[in-house]
Design a protein around this ligand. Structure first.
Ligand SMILES: [Zn+2]
Length: 75
């Protein structure tokens, strides 16, 4: 699965992709474990230690970060 370019020439998006591809889990994998990730936060544990790729993704992806905030707000 590829990320759509959000810039006209794609170059900044490509550079951002190259900078984060080593550890960014991506939207699909992040959403698969987002409920577990939220549970770890609520349990006072460090979810970034268990899901470093998800932590990296949440840092860069506002929609996924919003989803996590929503899960935490519902808890
Ligand atoms: Zn995402």
């Amino acid at each position: 699965m590829t990320q759509p370019d959000t810039t006209p020439d794609g170059r900044p998006a490509l550079l951002a992709f190259l900078a984060t591809q080593d550890d960014d889990a991506g939207c699909g994998a992040t959403r698969d474990v987002l409920d577990v990730y939220a549970d770890l936060i609520l349990a006072g544990l460090d979810p970034a230690a268990r899901f470093p790729g998800v932590a990296a993704h949440l840092h860069d992806c506002a929609p996924c970060a919003d989803d996590l905030a929503g899960l935490l707000a519902l808890a």
